[in-house]
Design a protein around this ligand. Structure first.
Ligand code: PLP
Length: 394
């Protein structure tokens, strides 16, 4: 009797945990201002909902589909990627899974042997390291800082490389910092990965959420050699406000896709058919809805950023994409007499009723993440309450 060592030592997703804690307090009747949320605050657009309803009405979503997705969905992914990236993939180079999160999980299961190392730039999205460990791999963290715009250099990668390095994860635009790699930086990283036979896992889930004239470059568009060694991970959650539908996908070499398909067919089987029909509409229907949501996030970012900059002790760089602000609150913690950011975050929730995510969840010790995927009233009121909380501690 008992539990596996692997799972016993596994932590729950810190972002989901922070959101649950905020919700529990809300359920007790406390007016919590929740800035932990990692999903758009819009409902899925009607046209997409209607496509799902149609697939229920006509019975087409009643049945299993191929484990790695309907051919029509794979085609829609290929067409969207060709339009967005200018790169053409074949049907056997695409697989669909139950959310980008599970796509990543299946990938690590496929690519890693015990002890294989995966380079993860910090701050990192919470699930990367946990998923690497679940696949018996070893996460190797390489620190990025605000001073280098939260972007890695090849020199830093080279220092982290060992004969066991199997893959590197790039998440541009980044959760939690919103930073985006330039084409030149990606070219150098791509060439380094090619010359050292290291897979690049490009988590492009925020690729469509880019603001203020900044530009997203897809690393696979830079050369055939780089494309060959890169697995692009994407999904409909963030760009189409479809987090609940659980559709993610990857584009990669056909051998990798064939191997991953075994993991998917023996674990989840196909992602929910009704969600696949919705995703076909999302990817192949009008993209004006994506632009509308993007503009809303951009306006919010531009309105909220000056207020965030004025929070006492905060250092923050304006994000280029995604929908998070990653605040360096080292000085704030000193001002408030805290030596631990998670304690500060807990007290902020309990005393000021504002929920944010501790930087410890992203592998840094004196940051917090604020999501601006919420309305302006909530955001401005939350910042007011954060300022009052800091004042009360000084
Ligand atoms: N990758 C990053 C960087 C994310 O922030 C998220 C969601 O929070 C995901 C992947 C997973 O997205 P989903 O599983 O909803 O497709």
């Amino acid at each position: 009797m008992g539990f596996s060592k692997k799972v016993s030592s596994l932590k729950e997703s810190a972002t989901l945990q922070a959101a649950a804690k905020a919700k529990a307090l809300k359920d007790q009747g406390v007016n919590v201002l929740n800035l932990t949320i990692g999903e758009p605050d819009f409902s899925t657009p009607k046209s997409i909902q209607n496509a799902a309803i149609k697939s229920i009405d006509n019975g087409s979503s009643s049945f299993y589909t191929p484990a790695t997705g309907l051919p029509d969905l794979k085609q829609a992914i290929i067409d969207r990627t060709r339009e967005d990236y200018g790169i053409t993939y074949q049907m056997n180079e695409v697989f669909v899974g139950s959310g980008a999160k599970f796509v990543l999980y299946a990938l690590f299961q496929t690519l890693l042997d015990p002890g294989d190392e995966v380079i993860i730039p910090t701050p990192y999205w919470v699930s990367y390291s946990a998923q690497v460990e679940l696949a018996d791999g070893t996460p190797v963290f390489v620190e990025t800082t605000q001073d280098n715009h939260y972007r890695l250099t090849v020199e830093e990668l080279e220092q982290a490389r060992t004969p066991k390095t199997q893959a590197i994860i790039l998440n541009s635009p980044s959760n939690p910092t919103g930073s985006i790699y330039t084409a030149e930086e990606l070219q150098k990283i791509g060439e380094w990965a090619v010359s050292n036979n290291i897979y690049i896992i490009a988590d492009d889930i925020y690729a469509k959420l880019v603001y203020n004239g900044n530009v997203f470059t897809s690393i696979v568009s830079l050369s055939d050699e780089i494309k060959q060694q890169t697995i692009v991970v994407n999904g409909v959650s963030k760009a189409y406000a479809m987090t609940g539908w659980r559709i993610g996908y990857a584009l990669c070499d056909k051998e990798i896709a064939a191997q991953v398909s075994k993991v998917i067919s023996q674990s989840t089987g196909n992602p929910a058919a009704v969600s696949q029909y919705a995703a076909i509409e999302a990817l192949s229907g009008s993209q004006a809805i994506v632009e509308e949501m993007r503009q809303t996030f951009e306006t919010r970012l531009n309105d909220i950023f000056p207020l965030v900059q004025e929070i006492p002790g905060v250092r923050v760089e304006k994000p280029q994409g995604a929908f998070y602000l990653y605040l360096d609150i080292k000085e704030t913690l000193d001002m408030c007499g805290y030596d631990n950011v998670t304690n500060w975050v807990n007290d902020l929730l309990e005393e000021a009723h504002v929920a944010v995510v501790t930087g410890e969840a992203f592998g840094t010790s004196h940051h917090v993440r604020i999501s601006y995927a919420t309305d302006m009233d909530t955001l401005t009121q939350a910042i007011r309450q954060i300022n009052e909380f800091i004042d009360s501690k000084r």
